[in-house]
Design a protein around this ligand. Structure first.
Ligand code: AMP
Length: 284
């Protein structure tokens, strides 16, 4: 039977609830999101609720992780639909703070959590400061909630690696779980930004995953000239109407260029369809 999650706008009320939950020795899982929930988010929530006794989803469109020319203002905000969607996955509570609650003195003077090196590669190269914004909000949420488990999607593969390093480096007492990407029937990775795409643009966008799959297949068949494979993938994306930003075959931990004898490389890609920027990846 589905039940409506309790919605907390205030941190004080949430923390009082969490104290009561912990006093019963319940394990708390958190799924941080920016809302506009889709099947990808719900798969994380479902797994989290199976792993722990109490599931908290957070919804916060974090201004700190958007660049000045990015889509913060038009990012889809669908809070009441999101709360309804969470009824289906045994979610106990939703934390929906305001920007004023999270950044009472604003963003510019706020302390930053930064994972160097990893944060400047790939998406970090075109989105300076983005991962600092992500790390800062996730670290703050961990401090506020003190979860036993936090669940993230591997759709944002670089983000997961950076957050794992942050948790290890800061010795935060939380376990991270990274789960596979949920896709639509045509292979397009579910994303809140897909709502910006027309039907025609969605068809074009599907070529991002097709190209990742084709390149992964060539690597599995023994091709080791990764520079050539990356260039072929660029051309393929352009021919399909996408504007590739990067297509990188990497070591799955360091995210540095993969050595030719790499056992389990990951391919990370970002491309624009019209004005919508999409990311995807494939692990081999
Ligand atoms: P977002 O709301 O985009 O910040 O994403 C919140 C969480 O959902 C992050 O951990 C994402 O990696 C994860 N996520 C986003 N899209 C998907 C997807 N298609 N499949 C699985 N997880 C996803």
């Amino acid at each position: 039977m589905s039940k409506s999650p309790r919605v907390f706008n205030s941190l004080e009320a949430l923390q009082s609830e969490l104290r009561a939950v912990r006093s019963k020795d319940k394990r708390v899982a958190v799924v941080p999101t920016m809302g506009n929930l889709h099947a990808g988010h719900l798969s994380l929530a479902k797994a989290a609720s199976e792993e722990c006794d109490y599931l908290l989803a957070t919804i916060f469109v974090n201004p700190m992780q958007f660049g000045p020319k990015e889509d913060f203002d038009r990012y889809p905000r669908t809070f009441s639909d999101d709360i309804k969607a969470l009824e289906k996955v045994a979610c106990d509570a939703v934390f929906l703070p305001s920007a004023q609650d999270i950044y009472p003195e604003g963003i510019r003077s706020h302390t930053l959590i930064s994972v160097p090196e990893l944060s400047t590669l790939h998406c970090g190269a075109s989105r300076p400061g983005h991962f600092d914004g992500v790390c800062t909000i996730v670290c703050k949420l961990f401090n506020m909630i003190q979860p036993d488990l936090a669940v993230f999607g591997l759709k944002d593969y670089q983000q997961f690696r950076i957050l794992s390093k942050m948790v290890a480096d800061l010795q935060l007492p939380v376990k991270l779980l990274g789960l596979p990407t949920i896709r639509d029937a045509g292979g397009l990775a579910m994303s809140s930004r897909n709502s910006f795409l027309s039907a025609k643009e969605k068809d074009i966008a599907r070529n991002l995953y097709l190209t990742l799959k084709q390149t992964a297949e060539k690597i599995k068949q023994g091709q080791t000239n990764f520079a050539v494979l990356e260039q072929e993938a660029h051309n393929m994306l352009e021919n399909c109407g996408l504007s590739p930003e990067y297509f990188h075959i990497c070591n799955h931990l360091s995210l540095q260029p993969a050595a030719p004898d790499e056992k389990n490389p990951v391919i990370l890609a970002a491309a624009k369809v019209g004005s919508t920027r999409l990311i995807d990846n494939i692990q081999i």
